[in-house]
Design a protein around this ligand. Structure first.
Ligand code: TPP
Ligand code: MG
Length: 262
């Protein structure tokens, strides 16, 4: 079976805008799921509300498309009801870190046995491009027309501090690394959190001087630094450029997890 066999062909064409990065992340996730050898009957995808949260609708398994911000609460319920299911949550930066922020930290604290894949486009994509908790300082959005003045959440630092067993970040440029990170997340008991930076040409790119889709993907390529390298620079007292996306593994550990069959 190829990862294509996991797609609901009857739901295509999809609703994502031309050049959207979400499809890349869905593809990477399905490749990782396929590599795990999971059966479709034992696998469930859960999401909240947003463009990113439309993902389970295109996948040929049972799924829950829930309410905005609450995907992790529903996923917790599924896990506690059935420790034998494989559970993957798709979420967006707004869904996960704004309205769903409390569910996020407590799911990590409980270290509930699920894999969370966040498509972070740094904006509320679906509702027209409002600023989100991950909108970078200076970035333009419909609610920050003079540039965001607020510091952004680092979703990976947040998940690591709150207790998740596995935390990694990559981008839609790094498809092989992203697939491997999701695979590691699927293999790791407890909460695995994988952040995928994605381009949103419609609501982020065109307001922020990325004239072509490829401009933002090229930015992801040229502005990524391994988190381990950044740590070494900080130890040497060197400055890590503020606009660098720190990628790679933030945490891999074995805290007691909730929902794992003893
Ligand atoms: C309770 C509630 N509040 C607000 C909304 C409106 N709403 C729908 S999607 C969304 C933001 C989605 O942003 P994100 O999670 O980053 O997903 P994206 O569309 O960017 O992938 C909002 C505020 C809603 N559907 N429900
Ligand atoms: Mg978003």
């Amino acid at each position: 079976m190829s990862s294509e066999a996991w797609l609901r062909q009857d739901r295509l064409p999809h609703i994502f805008c031309a050049g959207c990065g979400n499809g890349t992340v869905i593809n990477c996730t399905l490749s990782a799921v396929e590599e795990m050898g999971w059966r479709r009957e034992d696998t469930v995808f859960v999401s909240g509300i947003g463009c990113s949260s439309r993902a389970p609708g295109y996948i040929a398994t049972d799924s829950l498309h829930t309410t905005h911000g609450r995907a992790l609460a529903f996923a917790t319920g599924i896990r506690l009801a059935n420790p034998d299911l494989h559970i993957v949550v798709f979420t967006g930066d707004g869904d996960l870190a704004a309205i769903g922020g409390n569910h996020f930290i407590h799911a990590c604290r409980r270290n509930i046995d699920i894999t969370v894949v966040c498509m972070n486009n740094m904006i509320y994509g679906m509702t027209g491009g409002q600023g989100s908790p991950t909108t970078p300082i200076g970035a333009l959005s419909t609610t920050t027309p003079y540039g965001s003045g607020e510091p952004a959440f680092d979703l990976c630092e947040l998940a690591a501090a709150a207790g998740a067993n596995y935390v990694a970040r990559w981008t839609s440029y790094h498809v092989h690394e992203l697939t491997r990170a999701i695979l590691t997340g699927l293999e790791t008991p407890g909460l695995s959190f994988i952040e995928a930076r994605v381009q949103c040409p419609t609501n982020y790119g065109r307001r922020n001087r990325f004239r072509q889709v490829t401009d933002q993907i090229e930015y992801f390529r040229s502005h990524t630094m391994l988190v381990a390298k950044a740590e070494r620079m900080k130890e040497r007292g060197e400055q890590v450029p503020a606009d660098m996306i720190l990628a790679g593994e933030f945490v891999r550990r074995n805290r007691p997890a909730l929902g794992v069959r003893p």
